[in-house]
Design a protein around this ligand. Structure first.
Ligand code: PBG
Length: 324
């Protein structure tokens, strides 16, 4: 005979709050932004598959970030859309590139804001792949040097954290060495260590204009069917000097987050990606689900599974509407 009654501690709000295990806090949330290299200072274009998210000129980005900081936003991650793309992603590591300029400008204005930069080549290559191409195949080792150069240029502009998302082998070590050689030993690396070849990135590729022109990313991003590989990737990146390990996407991969949480003792991050955002937005716009409740439940679940940090397109909205 069992004396257990789960409802004893659920009978009123005070008791429920007393035993609540997980909370969302403003400092857990990172808002992604897309910044476009353009002369048009007023440029602000909504991304059709991501209502409420925009491609912005630097000037518009500054204004948006200023409002978000007022609502309590503590951290952002930047994606750049350059004017010129080429085979070797020159705009990714140009000292006056769009990300480098944006970081410099934002850092001057918002000294307490944590500015994370996404380090990847796919927005900057004409073919849309995350590395250099030879015989239609992404070359690992020749890409490392360009990634390290890109990360270093972001840090020189003032980035607080760099987040490589390319999935080349050995890139954390290459970046760590480049940063250390230039005395940036204190700048953390947030590694997109466990990044799946996911169809949930669809809307992002419109937003960042980074869809591959041929083939797919399956030769470098992970197979969604695999779980053990996540541990190998995460442990390898930690050895190479990663400080924070990210899992991406978030909600379809909570089992992976949980496994990593049980095994690793570093802070974990999860990226609630574009497709996860679009699904919720679309259903909410149709009136089929209650947006606030679904957003908060999704974010809380990601945290409960093991993420301390959540990169989410809902960050601004959650803070602006005072949902926490
Ligand atoms: C760049 C990158 C991608 C995302 C973040 N960094 C796209 C991709 O790998 O194709 C996806 C983010 C999202 O879907 O919100 N490599």
């Amino acid at each position: 005979m069992s004396f257990f009654r789960g409802r004893r501690l659920r009978q009123n709000k005070s008791l429920r709050e007393m035993v609540q295990e997980t909370y969302l806090r403003p400092e857990d949330l990172v808002q992604p932004y897309f910044v476009v290299e353009t002369e048009d200072k007023d440029f602000c274009q909504e991304i059709s598959a991501m209502p409420g998210q925009y491609q912005l000129s630097l000037c518009q980005l500054e204004q948006r970030v200023a409002r978000a900081v007022d609502y309590g936003l503590k951290s952002i991650i930047l994606f750049g859309i350059p004017k010129q793309k080429d085979d070797v992603a020159s705009s990714a590591y140009h000292p006056q590139g769009i990300i480098q300029k944006s970081v410099e400008t934002l850092k001057r204005k918002f000294s307490d804001l944590i500015i994370i930069t996404d380090v990847c080549l796919c927005e900057y290559t004409s073919h849309g792949h995350c590395g250099l191409i030879k015989n239609q195949y992404v070359q690992n080792d020749p890409t490392l040097e360009l990634l390290a150069k890109t990360a270093l240029s972001h840090v020189m502009a003032g980035a607080d954290i760099v987040a490589p998302s390319d999935m080349m082998d050995g890139r954390i070590l290459a970046i760590r060495k480049a940063l250390d050689q230039h005395n940036f030993v204190e700048v953390p690396i947030m590694s997109y260590a466990v990044k799946y070849a996911s169809s949930f990135y669809g809307p992002f590729r419109e937003a960042a204009e980074s869809a591959p022109q041929f083939g797919d990313r399956k030769s470098y991003q992970m197979n969604p069917a695999n779980s053990n590989e996540a541990i190998l990737e995460a442990e390898a990146d930690l050895k190479e000097g990663a400080d924070i390990i990210m899992v991406k996407p978030a909600l379809p991969y909570l089992d992976i987050l949980r496994r990593l949480k049980d095994r690793l003792f570093c802070p974990l991050a999860a990226y609630q990606v574009s497709g996860e955002y679009s699904q919720i937005k679309a259903a909410a716009l149709k009136g089929w689900i209650e947006e606030k409740a679904v957003v908060l439940e999704s974010l809380l679940s990601i945290k409960r599974a093991g993420a301390k940090i959540i990169l989410t397109y809902f960050a601004e909205q959650v803070l602006k509407q005072k949902w926490l």
